[in-house]
Design a protein around this ligand. Structure first.
Ligand code: URA
Length: 192
């Protein structure tokens, strides 16, 4: 059977837009389901929407998003429009706190469904929340820059969250920014 990815993803989006499975729906302005190229071999997954994402309904459009765009373009040589971007939770946790286990449990089926429709080759996890869901690893500094099996033929690749890099400016060898640069370069090679 031929499945139209866009139709499937639109159906998931519609379900997300009505979701009231956890209390995050009470404080959200918009759901942030995800966006991008549904045929991309690469998907980037963050933690959850922040204020800018909540008001626009789009993932990674605030300060961290601007940095992600730059990391993609300047370090990996990838245009944001060529990949798919989403989050572990689709509604903003108040004050940008880390989503609770229950919130993640309520929401994760949406991300899993999206991934099983898109079927990327590699899911790049941005930050600890995304890493620990996809890999069960606990320390980014030890787990970054490596591939892990996720489901079927889909692999994950761990790297730092751009928000973390906004607080860590040094590009010195061995710094988080330097490691992120190495990771994004490796991702760029994969993409070509
Ligand atoms: N941080 C995230 O994890 N996701 C976004 O969409 C924006 C900031």
């Amino acid at each position: 059977m031929i499945i139209n990815k866009n139709t499937e993803l639109e159906a998931i989006k519609k379900t997300i837009s009505k979701c009231e499975k956890c209390s995050l729906h009470l404080t959200r302005n918009n759901v942030v389901p995800g966006e991008g190229n549904v045929d991309s071999p690469l998907v980037f997954i963050g933690e959850g929407p922040g204020a800018d994402e909540d008001s626009s309904g789009r993932p990674f459009v605030g300060r961290a998003g601007k940095l992600l765009d730059k990391m993609l373009k300047d370090w990996a040589g990838i245009n944001r429009n060529d990949i798919y971007i989403s989050n572990i939770v689709k509604c903003r946790p108040p004050k940008n706190r880390v989503p609770t286990d229950d919130e993640m449990k309520s929401c994760i089926q949406y991300l899993e469904s999206q991934m099983l429709v898109i079927k990327p080759k590699v899911i790049v996890t941005l930050g600890a929340t995304s890493m620990s869901y996809f890999t069960n690893k606990k320390k980014i500094s030890e787990s970054r820059g490596k591939f892990y099996d996720w489901y079927g033929n889909i692999k994950t690749f761990v790297t730092f969250h751009p928000s973390y890099l906004l607080r860590n400016h040094s590009m010195e060898k061995g710094s988080p920014r330097w490691y992120s640069y190495m990771d994004m370069r490796a991702i760029g090679v994969m993409f070509r």
